[in-house]
Design a protein around this ligand. Structure first.
Ligand code: NAD
Length: 480
């Protein structure tokens, strides 16, 4: 099928999904959806209100006892049907993400549409196998679903972030109210089309689109929400933790990152740099786990900068639907402006431009930023400390392994990271010293069953795999 030529999925939606039905929102207010590659408005969704959140939470609360009591095999069967229904919509998901986010269609197909299906498949299997009970002395330790989950998600991997919450929550026996990002709300609608087709019981999952300050706050502060599962910026995560603290509700927070890619002197440099640059540029740099600080041994530093510049030159910016495009726009004008500001500040702080930068050529319209490599970035400077969330790589030299580890850990974040060395034991030893939730050694592949989450201001809790299901459970000890 020629995806680029296929008609798009609906880009305007008028309803919320509450208690198993598409229902009218309480007000006629709407949110415009933009195509960031053109700057044009392409559709709209309802701007939900607190009254809509009340209604959706009430539906999730009413559905909770029944869903929690469902046998694991039955929950797995529902998730399996949801997987089938979502898989049938994979082309629509890819084209919708290419349109509302600007992700190149190839990436949108492989990752934005493909990864949620992989995660959902893993949750079918985990749902069938309930979290094991444990005997501790005279106690039987059991896991129970935590209750009603409020899920609040960002725009960068719009469907993946939703499925990474919704599927394990359902597997654990929880019910859910989802608020997707107002910048990219449309793939959540495709998921709820699949929910309808899969015949999930009414109220088990509910959708209320809207803005963060209105729907997000109402959900995070709602007295009948037992756990708020949030992915987004550290600033919003802090606000959500405050709102939840008022009623001692649980929170799971997947937040920002400033991850280090440590390239030791004996590494396969061409591979390490090529993969490292690709990791930063994928999704136009709008990836929380991006290895945005490349730390290179002094002996290989100049060679690494040349390789980085050559790699960046191979990235073509443009129309997400053009097969030759490797880099799309940023999600919004505001985001592009913010990223350009980071580059300007880094240059003013003394960083050296190796590729890209403010004067690099760009497509004539859309929110594009040139892929940019900056060398000699001071480890304490703003560029090395702040999350940019754009296609910008900071390169920093180091003299020995201890200095590399010190620079890597000099961050308030701790989400991901990488180490490269011809000596795998040496790389593993460095990986163990990094204060971060995930580390890839010599390009180790993404594992959808591995726990995913951050240290320090990168968050609280873990998603994916069995750890992701446990996140949605309470622990009970029964003494006999
Ligand atoms: P954001 O924090 O601006 O928004 C995320 C979500 O929170 C959106 O749905 C938004 O509407 C909502 N929100 C905003 N203000 C709110 C409030 N006061 N109360 C409740 N909800 C509110 O983040 P973003 O710009 O959408 O996403 C980018 C950020 O997400 C980056 O910092 C990135 O690192 C992070 N992120 C983290 C992960 C991870 O797994 N750790 C994954 C993807 C993105």
């Amino acid at each position: 099928m020629d995806l680029a030529a296929a008609p798009p999925a609906p880009l305007t939606r008028r309803h919320l999904h509450v208690a198993g039905d598409w229902v009218d929102p309480s007000s006629g207010d709407t949110i415009a959806v933009e195509n960031p590659a053109t700057g044009e408005t392409i559709g709209e969704v309802p701007a939900g209100a607190p009254a809509d959140v009340d209604r959706a939470v009430a539906a999730a609360r009413a559905a909770f006892p029944g869903w929690a009591a469902t046998a694991p095999a039955e929950r797995a069967a529902y998730l399996d049907r949801l997987h089938t229904a979502l898989a049938a919509r994979a082309d629509d998901v890819a084209r919708t993400v290419a349109t509302e986010l600007g992700a190149p269609l190839k990436l949108a197909t492989r990752v934005q549409a493909g990864l949620p299906l992989i995660v959902l498949r893993s949750m079918v299997e985990l749902a069938a196998e309930p979290v094991a009970e444990q005997v501790v002395g005279n106690s039987l330790v059991v896991r129970e679903p935590v209750g009603v989950v409020g899920a609040i998600t960002p725009w960068n991997y719009p469907l993946h972030q939703v499925v990474a919450k919704l599927a394990p929550a359902l597997a654990a026996g929880c019910t859910v109210v989802l608020k997707p990002s107002e910048l990219t709300p449309l793939t959540a609608y495709l998921l709820f089309d699949a929910v309808t087709e899969a015949g999930l019981p009414p109220g088990v999952v509910n959708l209320v689109p809207g803005t963060g300050p209105v729907v997000g706050e109402a959900l995070a502060a709602h007295p009948d929400v037992d756990l708020v599962s949030f992915t987004g910026s550290t600033a919003t995560g802090r606000r959500i933790a405050h709102l939840a603290a008022d009623r001692i509700a649980r929170v799971a927070l997947e937040l920002g990152g400033k991850s280090a890619n440590v390239i030791l002197a004996d590494a396969d440099l061409p591979t390490a740099v090529k993969v490292g640059v690709g990791n930063v540029l994928v999704n136009s740099g709008q990836t929380c786990t991006a290895w945005t600080r490349m730390l290179v041994h002094r002996d290989r530093y100049d060679e690494a900068l040349d390789l980085a510049a050559t790699t960046v030159a191979g990235y073509r910016l443009g129309d997400p639907f053009d097969p030759a495009t490797r880099l799309g726009p940023l999600v919004s004008a505001a985001q592009a402006e913010r990223v350009r500001g980071h580059v300007d500040r880094a240059l003013a702080d003394g960083a050296r431009l190796v590729a890209g930068g403010p004067d690099a050529p760009l497509p004539s319209r859309g929110h594009f930023v040139a892929p940019t490599v900056l060398a000699d970035v001071h480890p304490d400077s703003a560029l090395a400390q702040e999350e940019v969330f754009g296609p910008v790589l900071a390169v920093i030299p180091f003299a020995d392994v201890d200095e590399a580890v010190a620079i890597a850990n000099n961050s308030r974040y701790g989400l991901a990271g990488a180490v490269w060395s011809a000596d795998e034991d040496a790389a593993l030893a460095v990986a163990r010293r990094l204060r971060t939730g995930q580390v890839d050694v010599n390009g180790g592949a993404f594992n959808p069953l591995a726990p995913f989450g951050g240290y320090r201001q990168s968050g609280l809790g873990r998603e994916l795999g069995s750890y992701g299901v446990e996140e949605f459970t309470e622990v009970k000890a029964i003494q006999r």
